[in-house]
Ligand binder design. Structure first.
Ligand code: C2E
Ligand code: MG
Ligand code: MG
Length: 532
């Protein structure tokens, strides 16, 4: 670059100072200034210009630095927020699964010095039905309340997380088994307090699994153990809190295998219906049959419903299974109506599970199947367990009323098994009550049961409901129930459940007269069946 000609002595020291100053500025020493001489000549003007430029450079440098600082702070802030978001459940503001795993890993790593942590896994029992029946916003309300109650139940150093859906987890630092159990119990009690969602008061039931860490456990081990314990808590009646033990792992593996097998069985038509007679006690007339499902297992033989209905419900197979039962039973009834001489009052009774009752499609399914088979709705009676009605919500009542308006008979099954509420008998839109076999007691002891059974029958009759007694195993029991005015009976003495192939004209011939009535000449029959 060309130098500007200057009329100064080249020996002037200011020139050297200026060159030196420019070098310093160029190397970043922005505070460099050069004194102006008293000469006030052209060189001084250049020096003054230099000084001013240095001043401006310093100011803009300072501004730039301030801006960089603000931007960096903003970036850091955004980063922290993103990090937090990645570790937080947006609905409840609790930690999420990833955060829980990190906390668990570090607690386990420090357990030698800080004490072993315990992991609690928690699952809400009827959350799905709250969501399905009251809607997602009610579900969200419930989850937020649960989150608050969980946080309030533990110490500051403990971590509460939502793993997704209705599953929560808590890491309790330095906590031995018994204390973990106490905390879990406290949580179950806290959650059971009523919650109001969408104007409905709900009570939340939770199942809790506990695993306390051992020295070499990894976070994955501990989660598997707590999950297994929670699973056990869910499947055991009356056990809301279960502590992990190795035998639970084996039980769970068997259970999973069975669930897979059951799904397969449904797909492969291994289910069959057997039909058990319902007999009018005054006359011995066959007034209906109850359809009872069985699993024709390729290796285990006939598996009874008690072994798989609960499982089917849990793996979500119950809806399909129930639809199959309804369809098969109605098709069977149509065939019998075409080929056999049935009593005009003959009804097909089908069991309906609590979950099925909550499906809005139930009503339409029943309507469609009755129409398809051209069956009078009054020839179908649905048996609903007391349990499903007492715990039922508005949906159930809707289904009840819809079915009732359709003309389908409704009966309470297993009445007297512990959930009874007498007031329900008067308010529910049902036609009949089936009294549970446990009420009839030991067959050898029917005489002492008599006043008790008389009172129950009286009670049900006073509500204008038809009475059926289950578990009639002896002639004496049949005679007693008949004398006490019970309308119909079902039980091994009156007839065992039989496959459809066993139901024909000859079999129907067996239901004539009531040999349990005094004066009727019949060989005394104890535990055997009149109609094997
Ligand atoms: P449930 O509806 O109360 O059916 C009566 C049960 O008592 C049947 O058991 C029947 O075989 C048994 N039983 C009949 N007479 C006697 C007797 O004299 N003494 C004794 N001790 N028992 C007698 P099962 O077939 O094992 O069915 C058990 C339960 O499984 C049924 O109880 C019902 O709740 C359920 N279940 C059966 N089939 C279905 C179905 O298709 N759908 C649904 N949701 N549940 C079903
Ligand atoms: Mg039943
Ligand atoms: Mg029953």
């Amino acid at each position: 670059m060309d130098r500007i000609p200057l009329t100064v002595e080249t020996t002037d020291t200011r020139l050297a100072e200026l060159v030196d100053g420019i070098e310093k500025i160029a190397s970043g020493q922005l505070t460099t200034r050069i004194p102006v001489s008293c000469a006030q000549d052209q060189l001084d003007t250049v020096i003054a210009g230099f000084n001013q430029m240095a001043e401006e450079l310093m100011t803009s440098q300072a501004q730039l630095e301030a801006r960089v600082k603000t931007r960096t702070a903003m970036l850091m802030d955004a980063f922290r927020k993103m990090e937090l978001m990645a570790l937080t459940d947006p609905l409840t503001q609790l930690r999420n699964r990833a955060a829980l795993e990190t906390v668990l890993e570090s607690s386990l790593a420090e357990s030698a010095s800080n004490g072993a942590p315990a992991l609690l896994l928690l699952d809400l029992n009827s959350f799905k039905s709250i969501n399905d029946t009251l809607g997602h916003s009610a579900g969200d309300t419930v989850l937020k309340v649960v989150a608050e109650r969980l946080k309030a139940s533990v110490r500051k150093e403990d971590t509460v997380a939502r793993l997704g859906g209705d599953e929560f987890a808590i890491v309790l630092q330095n906590t031995p088994t018994e204390r973990a159990r106490q905390v879990a119990t406290r949580i179950v009690v806290a959650l059971a307090q009523p919650v109001t969602a969408e104007d409905t008061e709900l009570s939340i039931e939770a199942s809790v699994g506990i695993a306390v860490s051992k020295p070499d456990d990894s976070a994955t081990d501990l989660i598997l153990y707590a999950d297994t314990a929670m699973y056990a808590a869910k499947n055991k009646a009356n056990a809301k809190v279960v502590v992990f033990s190795p035998r639970l792992l084996i039980a769970r593996q068997t259970y999973s295998a069975m669930a897979a097998e059951l799904q397969n069985a449904i797909d492969n038509n291994e289910m069959v219906l057997h039909y058990q007679p319902i007999v009018e006690l005054a006359t011995g007339t066959l007034v209906g049959v109850e359809a009872l499902i069985r699993w024709q297992h390729p290796r285990r033989g006939l598996v009874m419903p008690g072994e798989f209905i609960g499982l089917a419900d849990e793996i979500g197979a119950m809806a399909g299974l129930s639809a199959w039962v309804l369809q098969t039973a109605l098709a069977q009834l149509r065939q019998w109506q075409n080929t056999l001489e049935l009593d005009p009052r003959f009804t097909m009774r089908v069991n309906i599970s609590a979950t099925q009752l909550q499906r809005p499609e139930l009503l339409d399914d029943v309507k469609r199947l009755l129409m398809a088979e051209k069956i009078d709705p009054a020839a179908l009676v649905l048996e609903l367990t007391e349990y499903s009605m007492v715990t039922g919500n508005e949906w159930d009542l809707y289904s009840f009323r819809g079915l009732r308006n359709l003309g389908v008979g409704l009966s309470i099954d297993d009445f007297g098994t512990g959930y009874s509420s007498i007031s329900y008998l008067r308010t529910l839109p049902v036609d009949g009550v089936k009294l549970d076999k446990s009420l009839i007691g030991d067959p050898s002891d029917s005489a002492s049961q008599r006043p008790f059974i008389a009172a129950i029958l009286q009670l049900v009759k006073s509500c204008n409901l038809a009475t059926t007694f289950e578990g009639v195993e002896t002639r004496e029991q049949a005679a007693m129930l008949d004398e006490l005015g019970c309308d119909t009976g079902q039980g091994y003495y009156l007839g065992r459940p039989v496959p459809a192939t066993g139901i024909n004209a000859a079999w129907l011939q067996g239901f004539r007269g009531s040999p349990w009535r005094a004066g009727q000449d019949h060989a005394p029959q104890e535990l055997g069946s009149l109609h094997p």
